[in-house]
Design a protein around this ligand. Structure first.
Ligand code: ADP
Ligand code: NI
Length: 215
């Protein structure tokens, strides 16, 4: 099985070679490491956790005209080529299909312990110091302003509204990042999320103080 992980690492590295900074190989590597750490306590099947972590962003729908089926399709083809057992493929595909934040507006038809682990690891990468960096990178890519005190954060009740939002990057903290802590499924994930969440709150306190010329 170690062989399969090695091959998967090379495949993902190669495929994401020109990926934008939010979903590049380093994002995958961080999620992979964090998932392994969380799984020390959770004890889901390590092969499923690792494969799902490695393959979860193999094709970002944002860069494929919103097509959410390309990623799972690519993962399936790759795993079949590698002669990975069918039951493992099935579990991995379920995880990567259902774990994105955008899907959490709907009730998920599928959950598993391995999915909890990988989803927590992926969400952790959106908060804390790295999460802040990723948010501003994304905002820059989308030409969004850092902050505009006259635009209040919104709450989104559907997937389309969330995807089409044009709000300033600071609003993203309230619209998504501060919500992630309460969506953690594992004990280790929750503890890590709490720490990262506190860090973001401190960051914003300093940000607003500087905005007013007060710090
Ligand atoms: P994920 O990989 O967690 O499923 P996304 O593809 O939604 O997440 O986002 C990738 C990164 O870009 C995340 O760190 C996320 O917080 C950030 N991001 C997504 N939407 C916005 C936004 N509207 N403003 C700022 N950052 C965003
Ligand atoms: Ni991800």
């Amino acid at each position: 099985m170690d062989h399969l992980i090695e091959h998967t690492v090379s495949y993902v590295k190669q495929t994401l070679e020109n990926a934008e900074t939010g979903h590049d190989w380093f994002h995958i590597e961080r999620v992979w490491k964090t998932a392994k750490k969380i799984n020390l306590e959770e004890q889901a099947a390590p092969i499923v956790v690792e494969l799902a972590a490695l393959l979860h962003d193999i094709a970002d729908p944002k860069f494929h005209d919103g097509d959410e089926t390309i990623g799972p399709k690519m993962a399936q083809e790759f795993l079949e080529q590698q002669q990975c057992p069918a039951d493992i493929i099935e579990e991995v595909l379920h995880i990567i299909k259902y774990m994105s934040f955008k899907n959490s507006f709907e009730t998920l038809p599928y959950r598993s312990k391995a999915m909890d682990v990988v989803q927590d690891a992926d969400r952790l990468d959106a908060i804390g110091a790295i999460g802040i960096a990723r948010a501003f990178t994304y905002g820059g890519y989308k030409n969004r302003v850092l902050y505009d005190p006259s635009i209040a954060p919104m709450s989104y009740d559907n997937k389309e509204a969330y995807k089409n939002s044009k709000s300033p990057t600071i609003n993203h903290f309230y619209e998504k990042l501060f919500l992630l802590k309460d969506s953690m499924q594992t004990r280790t994930g929750k503890a890590m999320a709490e720490k990262r969440d506190r860090f973001m709150q401190q960051y914003l306190e300093q940000f607003y103080a500087e905005w007013e010329g007060q710090a």
